[in-house]
Design a protein around this ligand. Structure first.
Ligand SMILES: [Fe+2]
Length: 370
């Protein structure tokens, strides 16, 4: 196994501290006076914004932009970009869940780009971005705060996919566990299952290295040992471990890629308008079964790490979190396109077992069985 990937991309600075988010604008001011803060719907009501604004609002000229909700789209990014350009933003900050972070990251990454976002979504070469991006996740999570990847949906074609550039990496990641407090159990379960899936998929990916394995395994153990407590009570001190585990899974996936769960979750999520973490949770047991032999000794190591059989424990989590499949019993809409998009994804390409058209067809049949 290789020690390192060909290129290591890591956040240059991460602050992990309770209430660290109150220093956000002070940190932003280092990069310039004018900026945009992208946030989610619950952010203003949570009181977090008032706390941030009290400390350092005078140093910056901030335009706030609220993500309207749902999975992030290219259209939302276009609106955000035009407002950020009109504001002459010198930096972009994102405080929110994965959707908010991906939109804010893409806004910073493409603020000075010459073509519309759809061109880059379709594969056009991305130039190096000089716009600083600062981030504080409020869920644990997609791990997007630790990656150079943006996952967005083209709502005209229903194609959900990622685009990336090393310069998209956040200049500053603020991990403030207090931001998780008050999250609904459903959000903790869905985003936590995404992080759990990412720890597993990055660990067994064909792009895994000794370096990424350290993050993947630690993430797996931290997420597994904390998620139930935070699901039951989002004020639990275990949220520190869940947030750290999610961040570590992000570091791992950013340097190792993912697997078939993410290959399937993107086309399914876009068509059925299912939250990403929920799609991951539902696909995960089928993928673990499918990949069992190809995972080899790593399956045993993961089971030992969580103190139980990986497949059984995954199913137990799904049951404990009352996760119901939104796909079960439904008909598979546009199956050929779903198969095509799954096979075209970088995630499917990094799956430990080679994935064929027949395999995706089989997995879809399992996932949609009533
Ligand atoms: Fe994910």
């Amino acid at each position: 196994m290789k020690m390192f990937p060909n290129e290591l991309v890591l956040p240059p600075r991460t602050i992990f501290r309770k209430r660290a988010v109150v220093d956000l604008f002070k940190e932003c001011a280092v990069f310039g006076k004018r900026g945009v803060l992208v946030h989610g719907r619950s952010f203003l009501a949570s009181g977090a914004f008032q706390n941030i604004a009290e400390t350092g609002m005078s140093d910056v000229a901030v335009k706030t932009w609220q993500h309207p909700g749902g999975e992030p789209t290219l259209h939302q990014l276009e609106v955000l970009l035009s407002e950020a350009r009109a504001h002459h933003a010198e930096w972009i900050a994102g405080v929110g869940g994965g959707s908010v972070i991906d939109l804010a990251k893409a806004c910073a990454g493409l603020l000075e780009a010459t073509r519309p976002p759809v061109a880059y979504h379709d594969g056009a070469a991305i130039s190096t971005s000089k716009i600083p991006f600062l981030v504080a996740p409020t869920t644990a999570g997609t791990g997007s705060e630790a990656t150079v990847v943006c996952v967005l949906t083209n709502s005209e074609t229903n194609v959900k996919k990622s685009f990336r550039h090393p310069s998209f990496m956040a200049r500053l990641v603020i991990l403030d566990p207090e931001l998780l407090a008050g999250s609904p159990p459903e959000v903790i379960a869905h985003s936590g299952m995404d992080a759990f899936t990412q720890a597993i998929e990055s660990y067994v990916s064909t792009g895994a290295t000794w370096f990424s394995d350290q993050f993947s395994l630690k993430a797996l153990s931290m997420i597994f040992s904390s998620i139930r407590a935070v699901f039951e009570n989002s004020y639990s001190d275990k949220k520190d471990d869940l947030l750290a585990g999610s961040y570590l899974a992000g570091l791992a996936l950013s340097n190792a890629r993912l697997g078939i769960v993410h290959g399937l979750a993107h086309p399914l999520g876009a068509r059925y308008h299912v939250p990403h973490g929920l799609a991951c949770a539902v696909c995960l047991p089928h993928a673990i079964k499918f990949n069992h032999d190809a995972m080899g000794v790593k399956y045993t190591i993961m089971s030992e790490t969580i103190g139980g059989d990986l497949f059984l424990e995954t199913n137990r989590m799904i049951e404990d979190f009352n996760i119901r499949s939104p796909f079960a019993g439904q008909s598979i809409l546009g199956e050929d396109r779903i198969i095509e998009e799954t096979l075209a994804s970088g995630s499917a390409a990094a799956n430990p077992r080679k994935v064929t058209e027949t395999d995706v067809e089989y997995l879809l049949k399992q996932i949609f069985a009533g």
